[in-house]
Design a protein around this ligand. Structure first.
Ligand SMILES: NC(=O)c1ccc[n+]([C@@H]2O[C@H](COP(=O)([O-])OP(=O)(O)OC[C@H]3O[C@@H](n4cnc5c(N)ncnc54)[C@H](O)[C@@H]3O)[C@@H](O)[C@H]2O)c1
Length: 396
């Protein structure tokens, strides 16, 4: 079929397999260009198909020659209907990994469930014996609790008072005021249940009880802090409470891993265009200004540059791991630099519909967004008839 982007609100309903393959190839080339990383050799990535998780998987495989098991929740294609982008990314990743002689298998299903945890444990036992790195990179709006069966939905709301600020519709470039009503207690609890650390801890408990975590195993989950500008809706809002919980969970997991000399870390990453971040009001405007400044200053990174730096300069730097005063790894260090933030704050005051295309990197935002779905890559013929029914070589 001829596959074109079909937008609905903050999501794109179609995805292009050839573009997804380009995305994966570019990331692999970048990691290879940076040289070998003396990292883990057997890696489980939970949330492996898009964003930071996909880039983590690529960094492990092509930076450290690691065997990888990827877990994700993606929609397979059907005749006449494209898959979700993470499906095509994973198909392309496995193809490249297998061609390079690397072990790579994937499991598609709900990572919050007991069944998927069991499937992953069985696969590790059968194929790898144990894993020495577990990346936890889920971003989901909903979680069915495995013990109660209750469906929890997360929300992106301020706490305490209504938040009003500027936002942009990145499709039209229109800057407008947005007001978001504050969360109630239930919203907060639900968001913490979905995006907090409970499921991460459940994964590590299950893996450890099954004996599939190697001596000295590491586990890393991802968080975000961001500037004062987005604080009310992000770090001090419902999602921030979930991140507080996730960060606190790292210490609990580290305690439980002491006997195998394992450790849990949270890495605070940079704000980037992903499916998850596009849905948060205010963030797209912040990101388009941030991109402009960071590109001008030569500091811009995408998910692959971030993950390569996380592995090479933090997790596997051969020495002491630099941590902040709350025990977190910081690779949002360039985003949070005073000079970067001062410039963004200056632009924020001025930003409106008329000047945003010039003072912000709206074009860069849009391109990254289209790229997420495999569109807008130079080397892809989007007019060509394309096979949408692409298989992942070793899907379970
Ligand atoms: N995007 C940002 O700006 C940003 C910045 C810092 C930290 N983070 C954090 O990084 C993490 C990953 O976010 P992202 O932006 O890369 O997200 P993303 O939407 O690109 O990726 C989410 C992944 O989770 C998987 N997933 C979702 N629900 C699932 C389920 N029920 N079972 C199995 N897999 C499931 C998806 O298939 C996908 O692989 C999140 O914790 C996020 O808060 C994001």
């Amino acid at each position: 079929m001829i596959i074109e982007p079909r937008m609905r609100g903050f999501i794109c309903l179609t995805a292009h397999p050839e573009g997804a393959a380009q995305n994966v190839k570019k990331q692999i080339e970048y990691v290879k260009s940076k040289g070998a990383i003396n990292g883990a050799k057997k890696v489980l990535v939970i949330g492996a198909s898009t964003g930071f998780g996909l880039s983590s998987r690529i960094t492990s495989a092509f930076g450290s020659d690691a065997s990888t098991i990827g877990v994700f929740f993606e929609k397979p294609p059907m005749e006449g209907k494209t898959a979700s982008p993470g499906w095509y990314n994973s198909a392309a990743f496995e193809k490249e990994a297998h061609a390079a002689g690397l072990y790579a298998k994937s499991i598609n299903g709900d990572a919050f469930s007991k069944e998927i945890k069991e499937q992953v444990i069985n696969l590790i036992k059968e194929d790898l014996g144990q894993v020495d790195l577990v990346i936890y990179s889920l971003a989901s709006p909903v979680r069915v609790h495995p013990e109660t069966g209750v469906t929890h939905r997360s929300s992106l709301k301020p706490i305490g008072q209504t938040f009003s600020n500027k936002t942009v519709d990145f499709h039209t470039g229109k800057v407008s005021e947005v007001s978001i009503e504050p969360a109630n207690e239930e919203d907060i609890e639900n968001t913490v249940t979905v995006m907090g650390g409970e499921d991460w801890a459940m994964w590590i408990d299950a893996l450890k009880d099954a004996g599939v975590l190697a001596e000295g195993a590491l586990t890393v989950a991802y968080s975000y802090i961001g500037p004062a500008l987005t604080e009310a809706v992000y770090r001090k809002g419902t999602i921030g409470r979930a991140k507080d919980h996730l960060e606190a969970t790292a210490f609990e997991i580290s305690d439980k891993l002491k006997d195998i000399h394992g450790k849990a870390y949270v890495s605070v990453n940079k704000a980037l265009v992903t499916q998850a971040s596009s849905a948060i009001p205010v963030i797209p405007l912040y990101i388009s200004l941030l991109y402009k400044i960071m590109k001008e200053m030569g500091l811009h990174e995408g998910t692959i540059e971030q993950m390569q730096r996380l592995y090479a300069e933090r997790l596997y730097n051969g020495g002491e791991m630099p941590l902040d005063d709350k025990g977190r790894i910081r690779i949002d260090d360039w985003e949070m630099r005073d000079d970067v933030q001062a410039k963004v704050a200056e632009l924020w005051k001025k930003a409106d519909t008329d000047n945003l295309a010039e003072i912000g990197d709206l074009e860069g935002y849009r391109k990254d967004f289209y790229n997420l779905f495999g569109f807008d890559y130079e080397n892809v013929d989007y007019k060509a008839d394309t096979n949408e029914v692409v298989a992942i070589e070793s899907i379970k």
